[in-house]
Ligand binder design. Structure first.
Ligand code: NAP
Length: 473
């Protein structure tokens, strides 16, 4: 594998300064990648622009065949990709391999969806005219991806973009470029024509500025923090850049008295502690109804204490390291603030003694709305639990946030679940389900959690233009 930039079908950038990629479990340097900037971003955009027309003219069947070959190659390299991911960002190997599988599925699903991009015929008001809607690929797409799901957040964009007939320029996170570079290496092996897929590592501000201001880039698809998403919106205003934004979350989990407690405990653990809590859809605040509050806390804390913390490459590890020191500081500040304002730690609550960016899986009881942890995305393995009395109170607490990505509800009552979910301002809801994401379903948030949807048949729309054609006959 070549840890270089890939522009116009060539691995390049040997002469550029290098940026180190470190293993958050050990602090060791895993590899180095070139520090690309404005010049390299412009070259990549030019290559994607030149490649667009011939690529858009291929048939959906040809694009589907290539995507299917790409899917097979990703699946074949699951172990290698998984190990690379664990080394550069820390998640346990089993989770990393699970993500590779999930990532590959986006490519397979959109290989199939390429053949289902339908236009429309509209009934005419005039017999001398025929009215049609044509669908066209939007053009050059620039994709910016985060470190927490280095494979899936990329293929969720590559799959629909390539299926639609768009060419793509990728900027992966500086923390995790290696998984993305390997995925591009496999795309080259699959045989995508030169210029159709390009990747530039390096300065996010320089590369981002080119993506958002160059007129040849017709769409920017971004997954990352709300803060950077807002910056990109401002930068893209002058070229009226089409944007898809998958941003931060602050997911509430509501557990009602009539929930199956064991199912709810397992669901909250699946939602909260996957990827050490560094997941945009992970539950960040748990609201439990008073009738089962004490029981729930006891069972929940007991199971959380059993979660194994350690290097993701070691067998049996449930919680790997956090991405860096800043993440540890943020998590600890949320815990300290909650304790200061009256909450009690019932599991974890500190770093373990081993070296590395680890934080013990933590449960805090008697959390309150004024605590930082109930207001901000924590992005770490801490579950604050707050007691509530009524359904109305739970809905108000859950919606009291600028975010609207995911929410979770645990109740065995169909009527209560339906009533509550209808009132929740969130793009994704897991009902008795701590892991609702699926490639065939729309993923995305309301409010400051983003714009547009990825996944499912909705996910390809953002890469298509709608052209209305009125034909005089
Ligand atoms: P981030 O700091 O916003 O970074 C995301 C990407 O943006 C990285 O590639 C980063 O590059 C790049 N970037 C940073 N500053 C930029 C700039 N000025 N111009 C252009 N690009 C820039 O987010 P993160 O820490 O990687 O990811 C965590 C966040 O992503 C969380 O808030 C999480 O909730 C959110 N997320 C959302 C979803 C979703 O689907 N809604 C999924 C996963 C994660 P560098 O790293 O190289 O600076």
């Amino acid at each position: 594998m070549k840890n270089l930039l890939y522009i116009n079908g060539k691995w390049t950038g040997e002469d550029l300064a290098k940026v180190s990629v470190t293993n958050p479990a050990t602090g060791d340097v895993v590899s180095e990648v070139p520090k690309g900037g404005k010049k390299e971003a412009l070259l990549a955009v030019e290559a994607a622009h030149d490649a667009f027309e011939p690529w858009a003219e291929t048939t959906a069947y040809d694009r589907a065949k290539l995507l299917r070959k790409y899917f097979d190659l990703i699946v074949h390299h699951e172990q290698e990709l998984g190990e690379l991911m664990t080394k550069e960002m820390g998640k346990p190997l089993a989770e990393a391999k699970g993500e590779v599988h999930y990532a590959a599925n986006y490519i397979e699903w959109y290989a199939e969806q390429a053949k289902r991009i339908y236009g429309e015929t509209i009934p005419t008001h005039d017999n001398d005219k025929r009215l049609q809607v044509w669908k066209k690929p939007i053009g050059v797409v620039a994709a910016i991806t985060p470190w927490n799901f280095p494979a899936a957040m990329l293929t969720r964009k590559m799959g629909p973009a390539l299926a639609a007939g768009c060419t793509i320029v990728i900027k992966p996170s500086g923390e995790t470029p290696l998984t993305a570079l390997k995925l591009v290496d496999l795309a080259e092996q699959a045989g995508f024509p030169k210029g159709v897929i390009n990747i530039v590592t390096g300065s996010s501000s320089e590369i981002g500025e080119v993506f958002l201001t160059d007129e040849r880039v017709r769409k920017v698809t971004f997954t990352g923090s709300t803060e950077v998403g807002k910056l990109l919106m401002k930068q893209g205003a002058d070229t009226v850049k089409k944007l898809s934004l998958e941003l931060g979350g602050h997911a509430p989990i509501i557990v009602f008295d009539d929930a199956d407690i064991d199912k709810a405990v397992d669901g909250v653990i699946a939602s909260k502690f996957r990827n050490a809590g560094q997941t945009c859809v992970c539950g960040n605040r748990v609201y439990v109804q008073s009738g089962i509050y004490d029981d729930f806390i006891e069972k929940f804390a007991h199971k959380v204490k059993d979660l194994e913390v350690g290097n993701g490459m070691d067998a049996g590890v449930d919680i790997g390291p956090l991405i860096n020191n800043a993440a540890i500081d943020k998590v600890d500040s949320h815990v300290q603030n909650a304790v200061k304002l009256g909450a009690t730690v019932v599991a974890g609550g500190s770093q373990p003694v081993e070296k590395g960016n680890y934080y013990l899986p933590t449960v805090i009881k008697d959390a309150k709305a004024d605590m930082l942890i109930m207001q901000e995305e924590t992005f770490g393995p801490v579950a604050p639990v707050q007691k509530f009395e009524t359904m109305e109170e739970a809905i108000t607490l859950a919606n009291d946030t600028p975010y609207g990505l995911a929410a979770y509800v645990f109740t065995e009552s169909v009527s209560k679940g339906t009533k509550v979910i209808e009132k929740l301002d969130f793009g994704i809801v897991g009902w008795n389900d701590g892991a609702p994401s699926a490639v065939q379903a729309p993923f995305g948030g309301l409010k400051e959690s983003g714009l547009g949807r990825e996944g499912g048949h909705q996910g390809i729309e953002d890469f298509l233009e709608t052209q209305y054609v009125s034909i005089g006959i």
